[in-house]
Design a protein around this ligand. Structure first.
Ligand code: ATP
Ligand code: MG
Ligand code: MG
Length: 631
């Protein structure tokens, strides 16, 4: 299926494109390969790839791998997987580190042009490269506007308008801390880079690298989040200093443009915090060595401090350090909260995929929020509502009984069999039908039965009848059995075909019919928010206090779930439109491509776990059918 037609032409960037008629729109998605992508990155990916696609342009996937300490192979692989999962194909896959030589040459060039000073000169810069300094001992700084503005920028009476304008421009640049001689290169203690090995002791900063690599890749629009807006002058400054861009003009070279961050409230997106949830943590342990202050200082220069909802990673480090020195808690072990980075309760993209969220729903979510400069804080239920609407007409419907109770019809013979032709989507005949059996024994959901009649309850109870979906006649309950130990109803005795009271509901069910491979047995996992508070970012992460707020019902497992016989067909041959990006070959593809609506229950997808307790089918609830059904 095609993207919505030119989603970006409707507003954001319409004007931007008009600013400069570029031959070819070229963008890039530039993640640091230091973690798994999260829902916010779905926006970054959609904006960069979607914008390029709208204008018939290209978009690269660029690993911004300038920080050797934090990069791991698994992150590279997963990032690419997620871009492809979202249905985008990078024109090229590039690595900032592939340009380290070229960047270094330009840093020398900048120094020669008098636009950079390592404390002193070129020789010192080369000494940095040669490893004569430790981290934090030396930086190559760009010679920007720190200190006094040169005399020639004093505005004088005789200045003509153009000159005056230029002086005003320069003076305003001088007011921007992003241009106060920021570092271009710093020494790193970690000598091993996954691609360049031990070749480099010095690594370029974000400010030095990003705009230059953009120009190497012929990027026309360098799209980034709004917190980079104050860095735009610095982006242009370096390109101008190297004649890649014309001052105060977009006529030449790449142009930076900003869009608002996407944050989902009620969950945790920070890499460091998710790592604590996945791996557990030791609070105040002796081995939580404080980071090298020199390295941290250098780090700070190249990093952007984000506001609320952004990257708290660095903040957490310093807090952890404080905890150690204060001795507020010592060596307290906090166990893991989730099973992995793709645990469906998380909002990493791998987790959303595993939960069964279709990539198309995420793209739609991003576009529906609108691509503007405003940061959006979205509640989980807003995202869920979007996913629900998306799934409504895109997946088949099946009957699934989450928590079954056996119902036996005393008035039917043992081999009773009715076959029913059931549409996969009652509103869309093109989705086809399948045949289900109706037999002497069926299963209904525990929530559809009450052991005493209640005038407010319109489903099955002793002496009352109820309709069954897809079956002509109603059923009525004559008696039931309870487990005396637990007080739970274990089976229901009923009659088929007794008359129905009008106004009663029709409930879902599955037949007990081995000949039809019904039921298919499954474990169903229902997910709820991971924390009880709506603002988990405000919990006490430093001392492990977050653990006390974990929602014990964040995952509720139904081990005896039953699915009707159409499931086999749905899971193997589903003829429904495949999601762009997850094009499923026969027997291949991610399990979560198998999605369906459990009628009257929820939307489900197949989990990656197999053979849990001998069950082949493990299901994840993607979203409920309505908000807060508690199911
Ligand atoms: P985080 O620290 O939140 O995991 P990051 O900013 O360190 O994310 P990068 O790998 O540097 O992640 O980001 C790659 C691109 O994705 C950048 O252009 C960044 O601006 C963008 N991005 C990151 N988070 C968001 C978000 N929440 N909303 C929109 N874009 C985002
Ligand atoms: Mg980052
Ligand atoms: Mg970050």
């Amino acid at each position: 299926p095609a993207e919505p037609a030119d989603p970006f032409k409707q507003g954001w960037l319409k004007g931007v494109y008009g600013e400069k008629p570029v031959q070819q729109v070229q963008t890039r998605f530039p993640p640091e390969p230091n973690g798994y992508l999260h829902i916010g990155h779905a926006k970054a990916i959609t904006v960069n790839f979607g914008f390029a696609r709208s204008y018939g342009g290209l978009c690269n996937l660029r690993y911004d791998d300038t920080n050797p300490a934090k990069e791991e192979e698994q992150f590279f692989t997963s990032i690419k997987d997620m871009v492809e999962w979202l249905g985008f194909e990078p024109a090229r896959i590039t690595y900032s580190s592939d340009d380290f030589d070229r960047l270094y040459e330009l840093a020398e060039e900048l120094t020669r042009r008098g636009k950079a000073s390592v404390e002193e000169n070129l020789e010192d810069f080369r000494a940095m490269r040669a490893g004569k300094y430790k981290a934090g001992e030396a930086h190559l700084r760009m010679k920007q506007y720190l200190g006094t503005i040169p005399e020639e920028y004093e505005i004088r009476e005789e200045d003509a308008t153009e000159v005056k304008k230029e002086k005003v421009r320069i003076r305003s640049l001088a007011d921007n801390p992003a241009l106060w001689d920021v570092a271009a290169y710093r020494v790193k203690n970690e000598n091993y880079h996954h691609r360049t090995g031990d070749k480099w002791r010095i690594y370029p900063t974000y400010e030095f690298t990003h705009c230059l690599v953009d120009s190497f890749e012929d990027i026309s629009h360098s799209l980034c989040t709004v917190e980079f807006e104050t860095l735009r002058p610095a982006y242009n400054w370096l390109l101008e200093a190297l004649n890649i861009k014309l001052p105060a003009s977009d006529e030449k070279g790449p142009m930076q443009r900003e869009y608002g961050r996407l944050n989902v409230e009620g969950t945790i997106l920070s890499k460091r915090r998710i790592a604590m949830l996945v791996g557990g943590t030791t609070v105040g342990a002796a081995d939580a060595a404080p980071p090298d202050p020199a390295d941290e200082a250098a780090e700070g220069i190249g990093e952007i401090r984000l506001e609320e909802g952004g990257d708290e990673d660095t903040e957490t480090v310093s807090q952890a350090t404080t905890a150690v020195t204060n001795g507020t808690s010592s060596g307290k072990q906090i166990p893991p909260v989730v099973r992995a980075w793709d645990d469906p309760r998380l909002f990493t993209l791998v987790a959303l995929r595993r939960r069964g969220v279709p990539p198309g729903a995420l793209k739609k979510f991003v576009l529906d929020l609108g691509v503007t400069k405003a940061n959006s804080n979205t509640a989980i239920h807003t995202l869920d509502a979007c996913i629900r609407t998306y799934l409504e007409r895109t997946v088949p419907r099946l009957m699934l009984v989450l928590d079954p109770i056996k119902v036996t019809f005393t008035n039917l013979p043992d081999d009773y069999l009715e076959e029913r032709d059931v549409p996969f989507d009652p509103k869309d005949p093109s989705k086809g039908t399948h045949t289900i059996p109706f037999t002497k024994t069926i299963y209904i959901d525990r929530t559809d039965f009450r052991d005493s009649d209640d005038s407010d309850f319109f489903r099955l109870s002793p002496g009352q009848s109820v309709g069954l979906l897809h079956v002509e006649h109603p059923i009525s309950c004559t008696s039931f059995q309870k487990d005396p130990a637990t007080g739970k109803v274990t089976s229901i005795i009923a009659e088929y075909g007794s008359h129905i009271l009008s106004g009663r509901a029709r409930i879902h069910w599955v037949a007990d019919s081995p000949a039809y491979n019904s039921p298919v047995r499954a474990e169903a996992r229902i997910f709820n928010p991971l924390f009880r508070t709506a603002k988990p970012n405000e919990l006490d992460w430093k001392n492990g206090g977050y653990y006390d707020d974990v929602n014990l019902e964040s995952e509720v497992v139904y081990p005896d779930t039953m699915i009707e016989s159409g499931f086999e067909y749905v899971s193997k041959n589903a003829p429904w439109p495949k999601e762009e990006g997850e094009a499923r070959k026969e027997g291949a593809g991610h399990p979560s491509c198998v999605r369906f609506q459990g009628v009257r229950t929820a939307f489900f997808a197949l989990d990656t776990d197999r053979d849990v307790a001998g069950r082949k089918v493990v299901l994840n609830r993607i979203v409920s059918l309505k908000e807060d059904t508690g199911k």
